[in-house]
Design a protein around this ligand. Structure first.
Ligand SMILES: [Zn+2]
Length: 196
């Protein structure tokens, strides 16, 4: 069976993603097998989508590239100095931005543990969806995410073992992607696209 995934990963980069390099990354530990995908949600300010600073840069993209103006919104002062990133950010319309090469370690999970293994950043790929714990995600986001996950499965086959959420690897500390995230819908779409 020939797969016709519209997305491919070459040398750690996703085709068609906009590339915006983040300094918030480092090398994965030697001999790391990338075997986990972590889903998150983020919005800046919280629960606002598509908001940009005076420089025209989307606030989330600014955060992940250390360009956020901490004075632009009161909330930003509560996260001032944060140095974070994700491999991918998927906006409400399905647009994808990649900040960190998949072969590198993005800083998305923080203090975390999955199946007894600490430091999820070491062995996972982090995907942020523009969203919040209080609203549904868009069909475009599910479609794009399912395509992305299939591309990741092709390039990093061990990731087929572990698809999880930030709230599962940092319970009590993180709540994303939240109760509105439809895991069953995502898994069905991923399976459907893998057959195409
Ligand atoms: Zn998160």
């Amino acid at each position: 069976m020939v797969k016709a995934s519209p997305l491919t990963i070459v040398a750690g980069r996703l085709s068609t993603a906009n590339w915006l390099a983040s300094p918030n990354c480092n090398t994965r530990p030697a001999d790391t097998t990338i075997d986990t995908i972590v889903i998150h949600n983020i919005s800046l300010p919280p629960n606002e989508f598509g908001a940009c600073g005076a420089d025209g840069i989307h606030y989330v993209k600014a955060l992940f590239t250390n360009q956020l103006d901490w004075n632009a919104h009161p909330y930003f002062q509560t996260i001032q100095g944060a140095e974070v990133s994700a491999h991918l950010f998927i906006e409400r319309d399905g647009a994808i931005t990649q900040f960190v090469n998949f072969d590198e370690r993005a800083w998305h999970a923080g203090k975390s543990s999955y199946l007894g293994r600490p430091e999820c950043n070491n062995y996972s790929i982090g995907i942020e969806l523009e969203g919040s714990d209080f609203v549904s995600f868009t069909d475009e986001q599910y479609e794009t995410l399912a395509q992305v996950i299939n591309a990741i499965y092709d390039a990093y086959p061990k990731t087929q073992r572990h698809l999880t959420g930030h709230s599962d690897i940092a319970p009590g500390r993180k709540t994303d992607p939240g109760d509105y995230f439809e895991w069953t819908k995502l898994r069905e779409l991923v399976a459907k696209k893998s057959d195409q």
